[in-house]
Write a protein that binds this ligand. Structure first.
Ligand code: MN3
Length: 236
């Protein structure tokens, strides 16, 4: 089965955390839709490369999407191929490396796919409706949430992400850090707002000033409508 853009956006976009990995061949090798080729594809940006200027510069967006995100898609496909080769050969000596690569590249692909749609030109402001109420209930206030989220993102050791995730059973919101793409994840929680703090995400424009990047992300780029849509879909 070929996992095209729409499928992946449906899976990643609505935040079914297990979706992409299941699609990567762990549970459904060779698919069930009459095709024998499975491949992930890089979803196109939902806006022009320069649409987030001046807060997020065109050059960074172009490299970040076309090179970095694309590399995770390629890495995920390669890892999946490795799994298929092991299954065909009946030789599982490479399982450790393949599983590790699958987690790294699969998580990278998932988080970037959410990240792009978490932003929009003229973003920022504050959430409204059920999401705003949930944030207030969980964190005390939107301001307190911002403080926690920014501090978590700013203090990621090395490369990683600031993450707002939601529990499908209780709808509880949780702020997490991710190192690389996959470390410190909590099984089952669904990411609804993700902030890339790898240096490739901001260094051309913000250099060593990670806190300037993360503050700008929250104040001028976040698409709260997208985050609210993801929140509403969690657990459904
Ligand atoms: Mn990145």
């Amino acid at each position: 089965m070929r996992v095209g853009r729409r499928d992946f956006l449906r899976l990643a976009g609505i935040g079914v955390l297990a979706g992409p990995l299941a699609r990567a061949g762990l549970s459904a090798p060779n698919g069930g839709e009459g095709e024998d080729h499975m491949a992930y594809e890089l979803p196109p940006l939902p806006y022009a490369y320069d649409a987030l200027e001046p807060h997020y510069d065109e050059e960074t967006v172009r490299l970040h999407h076309d090179k970095h995100h694309a590399a995770y898609v390629a890495g995920l496909n390669a890892a999946e191929e490795q799994v298929q080769k092991m299954l065909a050969a009946g030789d599982f000596a490479g399982a450790k490396a393949a599983c590790k690569a699958l987690a790294f590249h699969g998580s990278g692909h998932l988080l970037h796919s959410i990240f792009w749609t978490n932003m929009k030109p003229g973003g920022g402001g504050a959430p409204s409706g059920a999401l705003a109420a949930a944030i207030e209930k969980q964190f005390g206030s939107f301001e307190a949430f911002k403080g926690l989220f920014l501090s978590a993102a700013n203090s990621v050791e090395g490369s990683g992400w600031g993450v707002l995730a939601c529990c499908p059973m209780t709808k509880t919101l949780v702020v997490l850090q991710a190192e690389k793409h996959e470390n410190f994840a909590v099984w089952g929680l669904v990411p609804i707002l993700v902030l890339d703090v790898w240096e490739h995400a901001y260094y051309l424009k913000y250099q060593n000033r990670r806190p300037d990047w993360t503050k700008t992300f929250l104040e001028s780029l976040v698409n709260w409508g997208d985050v609210a849509e993801r929140y509403a879909a969690v657990g459904k």
